[in-house]
Design a protein around this ligand. Structure first.
Ligand code: SF4
Ligand code: SF4
Length: 413
């Protein structure tokens, strides 16, 4: 990962002048009030580790870096252009090689990304979800929250059909769908909505066999070798075409766009990264076309890996505003992490819930009809948080609302 200053690794932290402007943008600092749980304190810890003043097995170092969401909310507010994410990646990679990776992290990684283990688990989760049991058991506590996360993956609204009544297309442009792990296992309805809405907007969406996990969760855990191996497989699978690779998960998109850095020196990885587009970016290139009116108050909560890592802010709002009648607003704290952060909600459940709590409180102070966000972990985290608060507000991906609007306009059969 290269920082906005163009420097990678610990050098990306050099510009820090300890001003503390980043503290109020840091969800973990706001939750705990502990300087070592904020960016400035963590930068000091990372520098001490780099100098050798703190060993890899120092419990404070491990604890406070493990408790970082990696949301990069501290980067855009930093007047010195500190590349916090690049420094964190370097620190986690060195920590993983020197002290190893927690067994719970390895277990969670395998459960979500290793098809031999994850496909049966996803199948079981779908049974829990589709039977309604997950929704009934959703609530507070570790099990209740987990059930809420599973329940939040349920398709809400229309499903099925394919785009047909859209008039004679000009020559459609090809785009290749990145399917991912959690998205394919629990959010295939979002893939369907992605394909339909892109088709309405003049894209011919194609499938790519032999694609694998993007490697984001491995990279966040400091397992760079595994992340590189997955990146090489994806670069080979998507070939040398210049057609866009469309992604509807912010976390996957951020990682795929970073393949040039992950596989430094491989020009094919650079070319791959240049093809990657979030689905909202592609739709906005074509308008997107409007559908039928849906009178809904819609709140949009920006995923950190879309807003901070990919610097994509307007396209998801433009997609939602293409739905006539929808009253669309960002949430009051849209730029702040929901506490999901990949494996964070599993590995650090208490801090994750503490980060989520004020966001749910603010949402319920002026409840919308629908919450939207563009990352699977965020849909699950917000959905579980709302269920734990006994709220029935659904959480969905922006393309699902556009898809509903197109269905109501009669674009599908
Ligand atoms: S990271 Fe940036 S905002 Fe935070 S203390 Fe350092 S210079 Fe200031
Ligand atoms: S990445 Fe997020 S949690 Fe970590 S220090 Fe920055 S703002 Fe705080």
């Amino acid at each position: 990962m290269i920082s906005t200053s163009g420097r990678g690794g610990f050098a990306a932290l050099d510009a820090c002048v300890h001003c503390g402007f980043c503290l109020q943008a840091c969800p973990t600092f706001l939750a705990t009030g502990d300087e070592a749980d904020g960016p400035r304190g963590r930068i000091e810890l990372m520098r001490a580790f780099e100098r050798g003043d703190l060993p890899a097995d120092d419990p404070g170092l491990a604890d406070h870096l493990d408790r970082c969401l990696g949301c990069r909310g501290c980067e855009p507010v930093c007047p010195s252009g500190v590349g916090y994410g690049a420094g964190l990646e370097e620190a986690r990679t060195r920590l993983a090689s020197e002290r190893g990776v927690r067994s719970l992290t390895r277990l969670a990684l395998a459960a979500l990304t290793n098809p031999t283990i994850s496909w049966p688990l996803y199948a079981a989760a779908r049974v829990l979800r589709d039977s309604g049991l997950a929704g009934k058991l959703a609530g507070e506590g570790r099990v209740g929250f987990g059930m809420g996360m599973v329940a939040a993956t349920k398709a809400d609204g229309r499903t099925g059909g394919r785009a047909v009544n859209i008039g004679p297309p000009d020559r459609p442009s090809a785009a290749f769908l990145f399917r991912g792990c959690v998205m394919q296992g629990l959010f295939s309805h979002v893939h369907d909505a992605t394909i339909r809405t892109l088709t309405v907007n003049g894209f011919d969406v194609r499938e790519t066999p032999r694609q694998v996990c993007c490697g984001a969760l491995h990279a966040h855990a400091g397992l760079q070798d595994a992340a590189q191996s997955l990146a090489r497989q994806n670069v080979a699978a998507f070939g040398s075409s210049t057609d866009p690779i469309v992604v509807n998960s912010a976390g996957c998109g951020a990682q795929l766009k970073a393949y040039g850095h992950v596989l430094q020196g491989d020009p094919r990885a650079e070319q791959f990264a240049e093809r990657v587009r979030d689905v909202t970016e592609l739709l906005v290139e074509r308008g997107p076309r409007s559908g039928a009116a849906l009178a809904l108050r819609v709140a949009y909560d920006a995923p950190c890996h879309l807003l901070h890592a990919q610097r994509i802010s307007e396209p998801p709002l433009a997609v939602l505003r293409a739905v006539p009648g929808a009253d669309v607003h960002p949430t009051a704290d849209s730029a702040q992490c929901c506490g999901s952060a990949g494996l964070f909600s599993t590995l650090e459940p208490e801090l994750s819930r503490a980060v989520l709590a004020p966001k749910i409180e603010r949402l319920l102070a002026a409840p919308p009809d629908l919450v939207t966000t563009a990352n699977p972990g965020c849909v699950m985290q917000l959905g579980a948080g709302l269920r734990a608060a006994r709220s029935g507000i659904p959480v969905r991906h922006p393309v699902e609302l556009l898809d509903d609007s197109y269905a109501a306009a009669g674009f599908y059969a």
